[in-house]
Write a protein that binds this ligand. Structure first.
Ligand code: G6P
Length: 365
């Protein structure tokens, strides 16, 4: 079927707005809405898994990095995440109880597919978090962990990313139960929080006007820095990738704690610094990093929630996203960073859906 943009100017904008539905559909494959139990499609017994080895490219890799925070924190399951292009050639030392997990929207990315095949050749059990269910990875992995984002047309991935994070969050809860890390009551509590994500993503899209207002200023920047801590660190990496991909502005994402170890040297009068910091146990630390940025003339844009906005350092502009439990903060804070990249690119007159030199699916090395 011919895909329609509806009232949107670009597929990317439509796909950003599709995210509540994509997240909802994806979660329905993992969560029973009546009992609030999570289940693991394909019958993987996480109690028998010693380690996850996630392999992916690009945005899917950042979804995997967010997944790592969840699998380790909730399920005490050691998790490695690596760019598939590196993993496939470096002769990694994997142990027999490792589950190889490929993450891919298309299910056809050459390096991810090769990494998946390498895992299988080592005798590992494999799973694939894939959006195209008829793809090569979906066929070749032992287990399919589907995302239900629907077709994604924009080259820069948006709804596939949040669908991957949704699936991984549900799987981490399921793994936590299987591994005896949480009881049934805690499972229900976490699942209820996760099921709020579609609504909160819809709310977070409401920042669009605030983000659009900042676009002209950011479009004039040569470099943009993004900072985050915890699961907001991989989201900062994804935010920088999105901006690079479609607006061609140089952008870097950093763990906020690394500020003093290099990136602070880049900050001078007027460097835009975008800080992704919901109110959580790391918020105070991130704020103190921000004060150092402000003291050096960096222009801070703080993406936070209401409580965070009240505690923002002087001079920082804020984009206020909905208040969300840390479990789903990566989902809720994704739309603001995507919309920021989108509106900066539109401001620059860039071809948002077909950025120069990039392909939707990279099927050759
Ligand atoms: C390309 C796309 C990215 C995507 C990456 C991985 O680089 O432009 O948006 O994240 O491939 O694609 P996959 O289909 O494996 O998720």
């Amino acid at each position: 079927a011919l895909m329609e943009k509806g009232n949107y100017r670009h597929f990317m904008e439509k796909e950003i707005h599709d995210q509540p539905e994509a997240c909802q559909h994806t979660l329905s494959a993992y969560v029973d809405p009546v009992t609030d139990h999570t289940h693991t499609p394909g019958g993987v017994d996480f109690a028998k898994v010693d380690r996850l080895q996630i392999v992916a490219c690009g945005t899917a890799g950042y979804a995997g990095q967010i997944g790592r925070y969840l699998f380790e924190r909730l399920a005490k399951l050691p998790t490695d995440v690596e760019a598939a292009s590196e993993f496939r050639y470096r002769e990694p030392a994997v142990t027999p109880g490792t589950l190889g997990v490929a993450i891919s929207q298309s299910g056809e990315t050459a390096d991810t597919l090769a990494a998946l095949r390498w895992c299988k050749a080592q005798g590992l059990k494999t799973a694939a978090v894939v959006n195209v269910h008829e793809s090569t990875m979906a066929r070749e992995a032992d287990v399919l962990w589907p995302t239900h984002a629907g077709p994604e047309i924009g080259v820069a991935s948006t709804k596939a990313f949040t669908s991957q994070v949704s699936a991984l969050t549900a799987l981490a809860i399921s793994a936590a139960v299987a591994r005896g890390c949480i009881d049934a009551a805690e499972e229900r509590r976490l699942t209820k929080i996760l099921m709020e994500a579609p609504r909160l993503i819809a709310d977070s899209i409401q920042v669009e006007e605030a983000v659009r207002a900042l676009a002209p200023e950011l479009a004039a920047a040569r470099d943009v820095l993004y900072f985050g801590r915890g699961a907001m660190f991989p989201l900062a990496l994804e935010a920088a990738l999105k901006l690079k991909e479609i607006s061609y502005i140089h952008a870097e994402g950093y763990a906020a704690g690394e500020l003093k170890h290099g990136p602070i040297a880049l900050i001078d009068q007027g460097t835009p610094v975008i800080v992704i910091a919901p109110t959580d146990h790391l918020f105070e630390k991130t704020i103190s990093n921000m004060s150092e940025v402000a003291a050096r003339g960096g222009k801070i844009i703080l993406i936070t929630d209401e409580a965070g906005a009240r505690n923002a350092p002087k001079g920082a502009r804020t984009i206020v996203a909905p208040t969300a439990d840390p479990l789903i903060a990566p989902l809720v804070f994704a739309a603001p960073i995507q919309l920021l990249a989108y509106h900066v690119a539109v401001q620059k007159g860039a071809d948002v859906d077909q950025p120069r030199n990039l392909a939707k699916s990279v099927t050759v090395e």
